[in-house]
Design a protein around this ligand. Sequence first.
Ligand code: ATP
Ligand code: MG
Length: 382
Amino acid sequence: MEESIFQPYLGTRTIFKMDREILRPSYIPERLPHRESHIDQLAQILVTALKGERPSNVLIFGKTGSGKTAVVKYIENEFRKADSAHMVQYFYLNCEIVDTPYGVLQSIGNKLIENFHQRIPFTGLSTDRVYNLLREKLDEEKRVVIVALDEIDKIVQKNGDDILYQLLKINDDLSKARVSIIGISNDLKFTEYLDPRVRSRLADEKMVFPPYNADELFDILSERARLAFENGTAEDGVLHLIAALAAQEHGDARRALDLLRVSAELAERQGDEHITEEHVQRAKNKIELDTVIESDPPGDPVERRDREPEAHHGRGLHDLSRALPEDRNRAPDAASRDRPHFRVGHARPRPRPRPIVRSGRPHEGDSGFRAPARREESPREG
Ligand SMILES: Nc1ncnc2c1ncn2[C@@H]1O[C@H](COP(=O)(O)OP(=O)(O)OP(=O)(O)O)[C@@H](O)[C@H]1O
Ligand SMILES: [Mg+2]
């Protein structure tokens, strides 16, 4: 092998047993401790689909890192195991990524279309046309389609609630297929901004995932540590410390797992075989520093001052879960002027909520948010 910058490190021993991905958010573990009862409740609601009928729509709320995404992805795996007859199709979409009505309809449609050449294009058709393509495709077979819309508040914030209205109403235009929706949000107040008809149909069933306490986070960490490391690499004392730190961050399991992974990486880089409390403290400082740097990118300070209040406002309609406690009582622009914008969890700036403009009737419990004007009929091909 030729000499390279990697040479000195190639021989260093890895602290991870198999794969460090086990500690990353994308990994879905086989067990989700302390979410058993929520999973069981969802199983009771969704089992209807396996009997060929449409389950109730479900709305799941909970603060960041409370296991919402993990649970809905876990359910997807369970359907795969239970549904050998392929009667149920379960589609997961993240509305922060697929954030337009066109995108949502097109993504669901394309999941049903096997032939690549018949796929719905990314752009170029009217939304009504995509709706009709989806409706026709759905109704080709008797089936139940469950659409899990993660971060559902983001699409409503950006585009109003028309897409939800269409997806809820599509059942009226179908004769064979049936569609159910699982909406997931960390914004407890998001439904206040929905049209009352959308709200009542969407929230057939509501579930709230409470934040994890330190003991629960410890169990989650132990389970993951068992998979990720050899015995003794991450001892209980260290896991208790991480759990206690993450419990202070509103019981965020993502923060707990990040702390464990970064602590392990620091130990590995130092050539240590065990994770110590010192690694954990350094990992905590590193994550906080990284968050500050990510949230405060270099650039023209004047331009930055303009941008920061926007990022702060845009945390979600009512999502204060990502703010530091001391931010909560301060004007957003004051907080961002005084010091770098500090946010735990996700560091991405979020778009400013756009007022929803709805035509016609006044909105129940008017909050100033309005959805765009909507046809009273579902779209027909024109
Ligand atoms: N009960 C659990 N058992 C094991 N791992 C968990 C559990 N709950 C959450 N996690 C893990 O914690 C991390 C964060 O969880 P998840 O992504 O589900 O949070 P969330 O509630 O969707 O947060 P957000 O609102 O920020 O999207 C993921 O890595 C997930 O696998
Ligand atoms: Mg999530």
